[in-house]
Write a protein that binds this ligand. Structure first.
Ligand SMILES: Cc1ncc(COP(=O)(O)O)c(C=O)c1O
Length: 454
């Protein structure tokens, strides 16, 4: 026996559970994971339980009064969710996050938590059509007033529309279908001056392309149904709290956060400090509204996030190839893609988005509505459907679908013309996507496969 054979075995190092300071790719796989002590399961288990057993009378009271944070009911805390929430907060550089049933639930919970009857929100006009419908139909019924900024680059327009009762500004990093990127750093300078939280929907960009909190945003929301999940199998939404907005110092009142939760009790701000908004939403408004996510969907969200950066790189590469090719196609009138040097949004893409414009954009086919219809019906690789951010490539005709309830005037102002087609570019082989688009464009203009188009 040698000396080394007889040495006492070294004790194994414990696994790492603190991923702060690690790279993005490492954190998308690991951040937020917790040790599973029962069986050592390596992948986060799906905790399919509506509620949790209390150890005692005292523990039940402590959980209900928030004197002690812990599981009580899955409408506000679930162990599967906790991992997804910590992971997304890490990727966005945030204080915390909460997951909810859908992107729409995230936007509703957050904004109804900030603004009530007689109050006002300001948003950019080109945000997702479903969010506009939510604001104009449902928020209007609740007495929450909305105004839309037509040109987010026009500081005077923002200043004109901000009112004393404006409680949040809502923008998207990469709006669809027009890919009209927003300079959130510039907008945040305006919202800061007014003490208004800047809420950014980062669904299309994801934290791979831009982390809005680094550019002055206060809160980020996601339809994680899209790129974060990536496989298109489940709906989910996320509210990401930057933890830096000064709720008490703003000239605008946020009583849900700054006032006692009950007589004699501290406010969420006093009890939770930089996690005040997260706690207010988790234990207050989102819990009240009942927008809970299924733990199964939370599991599916985590499965997607693990490969986010790999998918996003391929989405981006394919989108660049397809947009550049479309831009030179004789059957195409125009391409709305900030990745093209000719786009009026290219400068913003270069300055703020690392030269990337995401993979959801639009183009206009020759022949108006009829051309669009012939193109759409000829697609074989692209799916005709209304999702975005899936690994599969998809196409949609906004004028007759997502924007069909908008007036013709409003569609015109938004540039949703009859020949406009929205694409969400997936991760397939780029030449297959281009070949599919080519045969469909030929069908749109009545050309044969052999004909040279001009
Ligand atoms: C940018 C954006 N935000 C929010 C939503 C709403 O998300 P969900 O469909 O998950 O409710 C969508 C849906 O398309 C979207 O594209």
């Amino acid at each position: 026996m040698t000396d080394s054979d007889s040495a006492a075995p070294s004790s194994p190092t414990p696994p790492n559970y603190d991923w702060d300071g690690y790279g993005f790719d490492t954190r998308q796989v690991h951040a937020g994971e917790r040790e599973e002590r029962n069986f050592g399961a390596r992948v986060t288990p799906v905790y399919l339980t509506a509620a949790y057993r209390f150890a005692s009378f005292d523990e039940a009271e402590a959980r209900f009064t928030l004197a002690e944070e812990g599981q009580l009911y899955s409408r506000n805390l679930n162990p599967t969710h906790l991992v997804a929430e910590a992971r997304i907060a890490s990727l966005e550089g945030a204080a915390g996050a909460i997951v909810v049933g859908s992107g729409q639930a995230a936007i509703t919970g957050l904004l109804l938590g900030l603004a009530g009857e007689g109050e006002h929100l300001l948003a950019t006009a080109s945000i997702y059509s479903g969010t506009r419908v939510l604001f104009d139909r449902t928020f209007a019924r609740f007495g929450v007033d909305l105004d839309y900024v037509r040109d987010p680059r026009d500081a005077d327009e923002w200043e004109r529309l901000i009112r004393p009762e404006t409680k949040a500004v809502f923008v998207e990093t990469i709006p669809n279908p027009k890919n009209d990127l927003v300079d959130i750093a510039e907008i945040s300078r305006i919202t800061r001056r007014h003490g208004i939280p800047l809420v950014v929907d980062n669904t299309v960009a994801t934290p791979c392309i831009i982390r809005p909190l680094e550019h002055g945003a206060d809160v980020v929301v996601h339809s994680s149904t899209k790129f974060l999940t990536g496989h298109g199998a489940a709906l989910s939404g996320v509210i990401v709290d930057g933890g830096t907005f000064d709720w008490a110092g703003s000239p605008r009142p946020y009583p849900g956060i700054t006032e006692p939760v009950a007589p004699g009790k501290p406010s969420f701000l006093e009890a939770f400090g930089r996690h005040a908004l997260e706690a207010y939403l988790r234990f207050g408004i989102v819990n009240d509204l009942g927008a809970a996510l299924s733990p199964v969907n939370s599991f599916l969200l985590q499965q997607g996030i693990e490969t986010l950066s790999l998918r996003m790189a391929k989405h981006q590469e394919n989108a660049d190839a397809v947009a550049t090719w479309l831009d030179g196609h004789p059957a195409v009138e125009s391409v709305d893609y900030a990745g093209l040097p000719t786009s009026e949004y290219h400068g913003i893409a270069e300055r703020l988005y690392g030269g990337q414009a995401g993979s959801v954009f639009a183009f206009t086919v020759r022949g108006g509505r009829e051309g669009a219809q012939r193109f759409f019906d000829a697609l074989r690789v692209f799916s005709r459907m209304t999702n975005i951010g899936d690994v599969r490539s998809m196409a949609l005709h906004p004028a007759t679908t997502t924007h069909v309830s908008f007036s013709a005037d409003e569609r015109e102002r938004l540039g949703i013309h009859d020949g406009l087609i929205r694409l969400s570019i997936g991760i397939e082989t780029a030449s297959d996507l281009i070949a599919d688009l080519d045969q469909a464009l030929r069908a749109a203009v009545g050309a044969t496969p052999e004909e040279t188009l001009s």
